[in-house]
Ligand binder design. Structure first.
Ligand code: FNR
Length: 180
């Protein structure tokens, strides 16, 4: 059984990013243990807190440490990733030498309401994941564009081809994780 941690870079109700994440999760094997990691209420990372961290940082780090692999879905905000997602990545990367991301497999996914699929957010995310020494599944790439045309009003992906594609990718990711 593999423990998958899922991070969603949008806090919006009816988020298309959440819809992409949910479709990916649906494609995981039945015995996968899935935990959605809450990032909305983490205070901004402050290095002064490394010696004596807030309980919320400690709990988040413990939860991250308990996962075998991660699915990270992000929207693109101003050609980058949302601050809330970067904050979560930073918090669990510290104190120095104690990063709980280290060596863990990760599937980065981006989406956008435009046709470009959040490509720059995806690669901004990869840049950080690479530095964190995570094992990124580099192919296939997951840029989902024009999401409003593929989704219902709640942000769920309803387009059959997109869901098939996402299920195929996550199946590959599960194999990638098991080979690590
Ligand atoms: C956006 N959006 C956006 N889209 C894009 O393709 N490139 C970009 O740089 C940006 N920048 C951006 C900044 C901010 C602050 C917002 C709120 C939005 C549009 C974005 O793709 C769209 O709002 C998505 O629907 C956001 O994802 P969720 O919230 O639906 O998951």
């Amino acid at each position: 059984m593999t423990k998958y941690g899922v991070l969603i870079g949008s806090l919006r109700e009816n988020s298309f990013t959440a819809g992409v994440a949910h479709s990916l999760v649906k494609g995981l094997p039945a015995d996968a243990e899935v935990t959605y990691l809450e990032i909305a209420n983490l205070p901004f990372y402050n290095q002064d807190f490394d010696a004596d961290s807030p309980a919320s940082y400690k709990a988040f780090r413990e939860l991250v440490a308990a996962q075998d692999a991660f699915i990270i879905a992000t929207p693109e905000y101003n050609r980058s990733i949302p601050a809330v997602l970067k904050n979560a990545l930073d918090i669990a990367s510290r104190p120095w030498g104690e990063s709980v991301w280290d060596g863990k497999p990760v599937l980065p996914a981006s989406q956008s309401t435009s046709g470009m699929g959040g490509m720059l957010a995806n690669h901004t995310l990869r840049q950080t994941l690479e530095f964190l020494n995570m094992k990124i599944m580099t192919q296939p790439e997951l840029y989902i564009g024009n999401t409003p045309n593929l989704s219902d009003d709640q942000g769920n992906i309803t387009n059959e081809d997109t869901n098939k594609f996402l299920a195929g990718v996550v199946k590959q990711f599960d194999a990638f994780v098991k080979n690590h």
